[in-house]
Design a binder for this molecule. Structure first.
Ligand code: SAH
Ligand code: SF4
Length: 415
């Protein structure tokens, strides 16, 4: 067995049982194809078993070893003895299949994380929307404590493992597949009724389970992705690999609050991920007030790192700018913001602030946001403004978890 795969003793810092450390197995979905091949070689298993296993994991999204019916029982037993196969447990879900859906997952150690599925084209007839973006988390909580954000409110608990990042895509797809099968059987029942008005059968065909529901990934959920760098990159490589998720690297966006050294590291990664910077302030004065990370990596350092990234990658960076009333929404701010955007050849995404319970910040009036956008455009900057109303479901990541953890302190989760 290759070194390091056997069993990591308590890497999550779980409590010891009877004075002995708890035995925690490496999860199968944190291994690359090459690592699995090396493992199978040590076991004397034929090489063709590896693609069979990968098919079960990433195309069929198998939830147990038993389900892998074309693998011999002896191999399944060896796998179960050596690796875990963790599945994210759905604790809560908000939203309807046609709109943004928020998933709250319970992890093996009881911690909660969120993923948000955003359809590009709403489904009109109960069929699957053809493009979906999934917003994924990389940590439990966040250490960076931006003043406006729900994810950092209760501090940082731990990094997610590679498999926990990868599993968010598979777990969402398992739920969607179940929904689709239920909707399909409901429609077929209706179609059997006399004079039924239902969509043509071609629209309600079941998708092959290997079809991806998720075809874009944004790493904008809970946590600072670049503070969990190695797990993030390995997970994205697995989600990108043809034997894994098969999702193009150009369809993956990593968002960071501005960890300058890691931005430089990302610049020399061979993969063409997209990069978004959570700027939210175009001067140190504003940024220092709302983002403590700016004390460590002030704007000049962040911008230098972004310039280097831009030079090496030749790719456009996106600057995210939440509009918060009275903090960063004055027209004066558009000038330094425009000059930063032009210097970095960056596009600006304006996002009206989503209210977080317990925090004092509010979103500016619609006219203020429109004026801010117009001033940026007048300055020659490519910018967009998110205009949909910030209903509960569209609120930024971290809030459902926070709400659930606080509720759990007084009462257990229903169902
Ligand atoms: N830590 C990374 C990625 C997760 S946060 C980062 O900061 O970029 C993803 C995005 O959500 C960030 O741009 C963040 O600033 C934004 N965000 C956090 N709280 C928000 C809120 N209440 N309303 C709108 N956007 C929010
Ligand atoms: Fe962490 Fe990003 Fe939230 Fe800041 S905005 S606290 S870095 S998750």
């Amino acid at each position: 067995m290759p070194r390091g795969f056997r069993q990591q003793i308590n890497p999550l810092g779980l409590p010891a049982r009877n004075g002995y450390p708890v035995r925690v197995l490496t999860d199968i979905k944190s291994l690359s194809r090459e690592e699995l091949e090396a493992q199978f070689k040590v076991w004397g298993e034929p090489a063709y078993r590896v693609p069979q296993l990968l098919d079960w994991l990433y195309a069929r999204r198998a939830a147990s070893w038993e389900a892998m019916s074309n693998l011999p029982k002896t191999l399944r037993a060896k796998l179960a003895e050596s690796f875990s196969l963790q599945i994210l447990e759905l604790a809560r879900k908000q939203g309807s299949p046609d709109t943004t859906q928020k998933y709250l997952w319970k992890l093996a150690d009881g911690a909660f994380i969120e993923s948000v599925l955003i359809p590009a084209n709403p489904a009109l007839y109960g069929e699957a929307s053809d493009r979906h973006t999934l917003c994924i988390s990389t940590q439990v909580g966040c250490a960076y404590g931006c003043r406006f954000c729900a994810s950092g409110l209760d501090g940082w608990k731990r990094n997610l493992g590679v498999h926990e990042i990868v599993e968010q895509v598979l777990a969402v797809e398992r739920v969607c597949e179940k929904q689709m099968l239920e909707a399909r059987s409901l429609m077929l029942d209706k179609a059997a009724e006399p004079d039924a008005e239902v969509p043509p059968a071609s629209r309600i065909q079941h998708q092959a389970s290997s079809d991806r529901v998720v075809n874009n990934i944004v790493v904008m959920g809970m946590g600072e992705p670049l503070a969990n760098y190695d797990h993030l990159i390995k997970a994205l490589k697995i989600l990108n690999a043809p034997w894994g998720g098969g999702i193009g690297a150009r369809r993956m966006t990593i968002s960071t609050s501005g960890l300058a050294p890691q931005i430089r590291k990302l610049a020399v990664e061979p993969m063409q991920f997209r990069l978004a910077i959570s700027l939210h302030g175009a001067t140190d004065e504003v940024r220092n007030r709302i983002m403590p990370v700016n004390k460590k990596y002030p704007l000049h350092e962040l911008v230098n790192a972004c310039e280097d990234y831009q030079r090496v990658k030749g790719r456009m960076i996106t600057l995210e700018y939440i509009l918060i009333a009275g903090i960063n929404d004055s027209l004066e701010q558009t000038r330094p913001l425009a000059s930063l955007a032009k210097r970095l050849y960056a596009k600006v995404n304006l996002i009206p602030y989503n209210k977080v319970e317990g925090l004092p910040w509010v979103r500016p009036a619609d006219e203020v946001c429109e004026r801010f956008l117009a001033a940026l455009e007048k300055n020659g900057v490519t910018a967009t403004l998110r205009r949909e109303k910030g209903g509960d479901i569209d609120a930024a990541c971290g809030q459902l978890r926070l709400k659930t953890e606080r509720e759990l302190k007084s009462a257990p989760l229903p169902g």
